[in-house]
Design a protein around this ligand. Sequence first.
Ligand code: F6P
Length: 320
Amino acid sequence: MKRIGLLTSGGDAPGMNAAIRAVVRTGIYFGMEVYGVECGYAGLINDELIPMSMRSVSDIVQRGGTMLRTARCLEMLTKEGQQKAVKTLKNRGIEGLVVIGGDGSFRGAKVLSEEYGIPTIGIPGTIDNDLAYTDYTLGFDTAVNTCLDIINKLRDTMTSHERISVVEVMGRHCGDIALYAGIGSGAEIIVVPEVPYDMDDIVMRINRSRANQKHSNIIVIAEGVMSATAFAKQLQEVTTYSVRPTTIGHVQRGGSPSMQDRMLAAQFGNKAVRLLKDGIGNRVIGIRDNHIIDMDIIEAVSMKKKFNFELYNTLQMISM
Ligand code: F6P
């Protein structure tokens, strides 16, 4: 393979830039030409491509966001959009494509490989950690660390005022950000889409902690359940402690990637290009049990994410 393309798609995630750098540099290492597609699949459909060089990816390893920009592209769901995207690739002589993104982006990649025979490799880039086939997605670790930083600050003020903080984190339908941020911050309670909540039990846990000299409570709620404001309103009706909602929002999507995300980015990007170099497409890269893996894209997107109940139970036992 002599010429490959690269795009970032869907919501951005810290570490996407580091992965772009790894893809470009590995491609150049193997004597390939690498083209960056701007604004995800929309750029592919509209033929917005830029040649990438060793230096065009300098000074980005530490930056959040994506230098190629990104978009959620509804046109890629249509036959017409897909055909335009394929036409761009053919006209440009691009023989293989790397797609960095989440679930929706992988569906586009699956169509390109399965229906149009374009060798495509998916790199999991999303803060949500909602892809079943990989233990971690790129950006998750940084996003959770950002949440921890904010929850630490909330704990200070909640303790001073003896309040309850309800903190909403992202994750779409997945509770992993809430789970990890909850454990890492010492939150007393997490509310996730995977486990139905019981308000009586939550109030009991709060009262028990207060009886044991605790002066504040943190409840981390995943956006997939409801908003922090709505939950705080429900809780305030059944407790005399003062409740305050906070929505962390898009802050958790930005920022310099953590060591873990930079390491994943380097390895994911490198592996993706090594597969293309060997003429292998239609795969996604991931990490399982600390090993970088690749698997069939169709199989990967059809897998159902399992919630980590062991971690959930750990939180229940140690947060009081
Ligand atoms: O998929 C990443 C994510 O940040 C989700 O956690 C969240 O639900 C969604 O994207 C927000 O999307 P947008 O940035 O388009 O509002």
